[in-house]
Design a protein around this ligand. Structure first.
Ligand SMILES: [Zn+2]
Length: 376
């Protein structure tokens, strides 16, 4: 759970100002001639410029008579600027994004925010409580967008997020991890055919890999339409992955600086250029059995290389899993018990692995070295 204690909007009468404790009225303090920002209204609660506060968006209750709400944290800056949402746990077991948002909200420079940040750490509250990707009706929320007021439980939840949050924003970042039993190398997914302008925003995030992939129907990404939205995929479900969390937090802050929502870093930001992959394929299990992987996540693979071996428990009937493409291993199964046909290795493909290898190395250098130093 988030360490911050979300207060129900109805109970939270004393919303805390973003920066100036003495500034009771932003309008009164604004200089003559400047255009004053309007308040933003979320869940029927009006948040004034210069305020940050929690809002609970009511959702269908549990059949136990327990009420359920989607917790939202709004920081409405005094200065004009973009309105950015950051969402996590649309799949209830993908918890790295929740920790990214917790750290984001604790970032000091938010006191100088231009524009508005709307953070929704747990979108799929039901799945989060049951530690499941899905909703209680087994629907996948990220196949249920844009949703509708009168539709299924998933459709109603999607509709609440769309109408209360997404419709009021100019930009979005949606945080995910791989599904349970799999891990993803930190990557941003964008559909550059539909949104060529997203390249600059994705490069500002600076993950090692940018995967140009078409959007699936029913996802938040497809429902967002023209709104520039970055999808971050990193780590594993139901696990905290420190590298994925730190790269995610840094990426969100870099995007906010790129959008001029936050002041630029003193001394600049030495970020590496991500490698852009236009295609990716899954290598599947040629037989059922127990898998031993040879190549770690982020590994560079050449066509024909052996990714792992599958055998029975006695080590007999062994078969190699061979990559039929060259590229970077951006997703990997962590559960070694596999059935024939199961997706094991996700490879972002390339004709030449040179620039991909450089991007992954630079990323490692940026995040893994300071991590080792910090742990000492
Ligand atoms: Zn997900």
């Amino acid at each position: 759970m988030n360490d911050d204690d979300p207060v129900s909007a109805a109970e939270n009468d004393s919303a805390e100002p973003v920066a100036d404790q003495n500034s009771r009225s932003t309008r009164a303090n604004s200089r003559a001639g400047t255009v004053v920002r309007e308040p933003i209204v979320i869940g029927g609660i009006s948040i004034e410029p210069g305020q940050r506060r929690y809002v609970d968006l009511p959702l269908p209750p549990l059949y136990t008579h327990t009420s359920v709400a989607m917790p939202v944290h709004v920081i409405h800056g005094k200065q004009h600027g973009p309105v950015l949402f950051v969402t996590a746990a649309i799949h209830g077991d993908e918890i790295n994004g929740i920790e990214i948002i917790r750290r984001l909200l604790a970032t000091k420079s938010l006191s100088r925010l231009a524009g508005t940040l709307i953070a929704v750490p747990v979108v799929n509250v039901y799945g989060f409580v049951s530690q499941s990707r899905y909703l209680p009706d087994r629907r996948d929320l990220n196949r249920s967008f844009p949703g509708s007021e009168k539709g299924s439980m998933a459709a109603r939840l999607a509709d609440t997020l769309m109408s209360e949050i997404v419709a009021k924003c100019t930009h979005g970042i949606d945080l995910h991890t791989a599904a349970e039993g799999r891990a993803n190398l930190p990557q941003i997914r964008v559909d550059l055919d539909a949104h060529p302008d997203l390249l600059a925003l994705a490069e500002a995030f600076a993950p090692p890999i940018l995967l140009d992939s078409h959007t699936r129907d029913g996802t938040l990404r497809s429902a967002a339409g023209e709104l520039p939205l970055l999808l971050y995929e990193a780590g594993e479900a139901l696990r905290f992955d420190e590298l994925a969390i730190r790269a995610g937090l840094k990426g969100v802050l870099r995007v906010m600086r790129h959008l001029n929502m936050l002041p630029a870093n003193k001394g600049g930001d030495k970020k590496s250029k991500p490698w852009l992959a236009n295609n990716s394929v899954w290598m599947r299990a040629p037989q059922s059995g127990i898998l031993r992987s040879r190549i770690p996540l982020g590994g560079i693979v050449e066509e024909g290389v052996i990714l792992g071996y599958i055998s029975d428990p006695f080590g007999e009937a062994e078969q190699a899993v061979v990559s039929d493409v060259s590229g970077v291993l951006i997703g990997i199964t962590k559960l070694p018990l596999v059935h024939e046909g199961e997706a094991l290795y996700h490879v972002a493909t390339t004709a030449s692995t040179k620039s991909a290898a450089r991007a992954v190395d630079e990323f490692r250098l940026e995040y893994e070295q300071p991590l080792i130093k910090r742990l000492k």
